[in-house]
Design a protein around this ligand. Structure first.
Ligand SMILES: *Cc1c(COP(=O)(O)O)cnc(C)c1O
Length: 363
């Protein structure tokens, strides 16, 4: 810790990420597992997470080429899949030079590949739209495209698709998507990749040669009740109390006077706001954790500060550290209070919040 530093931190428990990876990979023994570390590893720091997983992950996945280049520059040597593919023929060539795997998801991508010498072509995955309708070759066109480009197919070529509803255990759409992709993979004798975290946890039938592990790596997925897999949160977000004050019944707090004290209230002003990534839409009563108890958010979150009711904690002092989410409080619960999901909260922690890495193991 530096002498002059705001003590608002995202503590990253690197060992927890490694443990989560191993537990999730063990649920799919016949699959290889890509660690999805796009968006700076969901806000946790892609280089640190990748380094910790060097001997475990069979490869990494990021959204686009800039993210992959940064990892290479930091010494990450495993294959890196570009989930959104590339934007030009030159990027395709660069991908080969840097051992990035490229997702082909439009017919032009096949054309770009064919203009390169066979020795300059990157390893490819082919994205098929099985119903999410976001990215991928349309299902009605995939047959003719694969037939026309059979010279590009290798034993290692992977047919890929993304599940739209894998986190809904009763939603049959997942089975429809799975059948479409597996039928196609069988027809062409190709490997497939379909499962994200929810697929790995809830839909064994979606497990392919490769699974793509994202949110559960960071400890934020809900395992089904019949699975004995316990995931550990990787990020704990904390901030210090910088002021304490007493409000009388009827006093209000913050912008718009949106919260009014119903009793004599001790308020803690905490050094975290929406400029740090703490959600401005967090509703009154969003929980935080202090001295082994839950405390409640009051009033509007402002840019650099938030207020919490600490009336029931007589021992509270300025400089005490409040946990906004992490070890004792799930980010999913806080996300629900802000009408969003854990993915958004994790990825929006701003650079102003220093990441502190802890690890006891040599990975
Ligand atoms: C982000 C992403 C994943 C990881 O999903 P999680 O739900 O975080 O496990 C997998 N596949 C694709 C294509 C993605 O974009």
């Amino acid at each position: 810790m530096k002498l002059f530093e705001r003590q608002t931190y995202a503590h990253i428990n690197v060992d927890a990420a490694v443990n989560n990876f191993r537990k999730m990979a063990a649920l799919a023994n016949n699959s290889q597992t890509l660690a999805v570390i796009k968006a700076d590893a969901y806000g946790h720091g892609a280089v640190a997470i990748a380094k910790a997983l060097t001997s475990d992950a069979h490869g990494f996945a990021v959204a686009f080429i800039d993210e992959a280049i940064q990892l290479r520059e930091q010494g990450i040597e495993q294959p890196i899949l570009l989930l959104e593919g590339v934007m030009s023929r030159d990027e395709m060539k660069l991908a080969h030079e840097k051992n990035f795997w490229v997702m082909l998801h439009r017919s032009e991508h096949f054309d770009w590949l064919l203009t390169l010498d066979a020795g300059q072509r990157p390893h490819i995955w082919i994205k098929v739209d099985t119903g999410m309708h976001r990215l991928g070759i349309e299902f009605s066109e995939i047959d003719s495209l694969l037939t026309a480009h059979s010279e590009l197919l290798r034993d290692s070529t992977v047919l890929c698709s993304h599940l739209a509803c894998a986190d809904e255990p009763d939603n049959g759409f997942t089975l429809q998507q799975t059948k479409k992709l597996t039928d196609l993979a069988n027809q062409y004798g190709l490997a497939f990749s379909l499962a994200n975290s929810a697929g790995i946890l809830q839909w064994p039938i979606s497990h392919g040669s490769w699974n793509r592990l994202g949110i559960a790596l960071y400890g934020c997925a809900q395992p089904p009740t019949n699975k004995l897999v316990e995931l550990q949160p990787v990020m704990t977000l904390s901030a210090p109390i910088i002021a304490l004050r007493t409000l009388e019944k009827g006093d209000s707090v913050g912008y718009g006077q949106s919260w009014v004290a119903q009793r004599t209230t001790t308020l803690a002003t905490v050094a975290i706001g929406y400029a740090d990534g703490y959600p401005r839409h967090a509703s009154a009563n969003t929980p935080a954790w202090l001295h082994g108890k839950r405390i409640a958010l009051v009033g509007r979150v402002s840019m650099d500060m938030s207020s919490f009711d600490v009336t029931d904690l007589p021992q509270v002092e300025v400089n005490d550290k409040v946990e906004l989410w992490g070890e004792h409080l799930s980010v999913a619960e806080v996300a629900e209070c802000a009408s969003t999901i854990s993915y958004e909260l994790l990825t929006r922690i701003s650079p102003r919040v220093k990441r502190i890495y802890t690890s006891t193991a040599e990975h």
